[in-house]
Design a protein around this ligand. Structure first.
Ligand code: PHB
Length: 395
């Protein structure tokens, strides 16, 4: 009885103190002890599985550090961005202003990224891009607080054109979604393919995330190119691969693509994907200890196979760990933090890579072919490929 009264009166005192504001600094300090990490990724729509793979990989890298960043506990804040560009600014603002994140990790879709980019530039919050390849983020609109761990949209396709011409395909049709990622992937393809002597017969497109491919596949059959090159990803990529085979084009007109076409979709696409050749900064079959260990640990933890998105998420975690360690968890020490991120060497399952001056990976591009539900390496399409970073004045 006495004990109970004592407890009651103590808690009454605590409530009293809190209501007069006496405990507030302590509460604030307790909250401040955690690093606030915002994840803005697609968890619904055609890119949903990409968002999940990125988050899995990211968490895996942090879990390897005991779930801490520079010795501090982590609190996560999540927003489903739905790959919806019109909500980009609003969603990023929620994480920055309402949740007061120290770092915003996101996103997948290039259009949504432009919304995040606006908020990152205006607020100065650290933004790590785990996928979206929009050129501007690491070209004309590059920023000291924005770092990308993935690619620019034209990086994979800059390595594709020459590989296709070398394989004897001199007349190609290009097909993709009509939005920044498709347009910029085409830019890289056009440059490399025409430079190698190829001719582009036609550029075909449909709005994102439309998957009614039939009319365009009929047009491809009529154009009779030597090969088709494309950019598609996620659920839409799986459908494109299946529709291409169902239209009778597989085996007649070789299908090439920037490697996203065959990432995370090989179970869904089945045998229709066999023989597709792509260029990408990762391959399941990379025969290194680092990659094999990563794949085993990822499969064990998440009960699914990792893909390029999982690797990019993982590398985003590795980068953040290096930065947080350099400032002993004090992410407000921006000068030291950014310097550490700029000179980071990421020991990735894709192979070691470094940051360009514009904050984009300098990395190898592999030539891969799909066989037995795996992207197998058949060569290096480009060594230490760097984006131009055109118009960026950093560094
Ligand atoms: C993009 O919108 O930048 C994007 C989306 C999915 C990919 C690659 C790029 O697989």
């Amino acid at each position: 009885m006495t004990t109970r009264r004592l407890v009651l009166s103590r808690s009454a005192a605590v409530i009293g103190a809190a209501s007069t504001g006496l405990l507030l600094p302590e509460i604030a300090r307790a909250q401040g002890n955690k690093v606030r990490v915002g994840l803005m990724l697609p968890y619904t729509g055609t890119f949903a599985q990409l968002g999940v793979a990125i988050e899995n990989g990211f968490r895996m890298a942090l879990n390897e550090q005991g779930g801490k960043l520079g010795g501090r506990e982590i609190e996560f804040f999540k927003v489903d961005d739905e790959s919806e560009p019109s909500k980009g600014v609003e969603n990023a603002t929620k994480l920055v202003q309402r949740d007061k994140v120290d770092v915003l990790v996101g996103t997948v879709h290039s259009g949504v990224q432009m919304g995040i980019h606006k908020v990152a530039r205006e607020s100065g919050v650290l933004n790590l891009i785990p996928n979206a390849g929009i050129h501007a983020a690491t070209r004309a609109l590059c920023a000291p607080n924005v770092f990308r761990t993935s690619f620019t949209n034209s990086q994979p396709t800059l390595a594709l054109g020459q590989a296709m011409v070398k394989r004897g395909h001199k007349k190609a049709v290009w097909i993709s979604w009509k939005y920044a990622a498709g347009d910029e992937a085409f830019e890289g393809f056009k440059e490399s393919y025409t430079k190698a002597g190829g001719t582009i017969l036609k550029e075909l497109a449909l709005p994102f995330p439309n998957v009614e491919f039939q009319a365009l596949l009929t047009e491809i059959a009529a154009l009779k190119p030597d090969a088709v090159a494309c950019f598609f990803a996620g659920g839409g990529a799986a459908k494109f691969i299946k529709d291409y085979a169902a239209a009778g084009l597989k085996g007649k007109i070789p299908l090439y693509g920037s490697g996203f076409l065959t990432e995370g979709v090989l179970d869904a696409a089945g045998p229709a994907a066999d023989g597709i050749i792509t260029t990408m900064h990762y391959s399941d079959s990379l025969d290194t200890k680092r990659n094999k260990e990563f794949r085993l640990a990822y499969a064990k933890t998440f009960k699914m196979q990792p893909d390029v998105y999982a690797v990019q998420g993982y590398d985003t975690g590795l980068l953040l760990v290096q930065g947080a360690n350099a400032v002993k968890g004090d992410l407000t020490n921006k000068k030291v933090l950014y310097a550490a991120l700029e000179k980071a060497v990421i020991d990735s399952p894709r192979g070691k890579w470094t940051m360009s001056k514009a904050h984009n990976p300098v990395q190898d591009m592999y030539l891969r072919v799909v066989a037995n539900k795996e992207n197998k390496v058949i060569g290096i399409a480009a060594k230490a490929l760097s984006d131009s970073g055109a118009g960026c004045k950093l560094g």
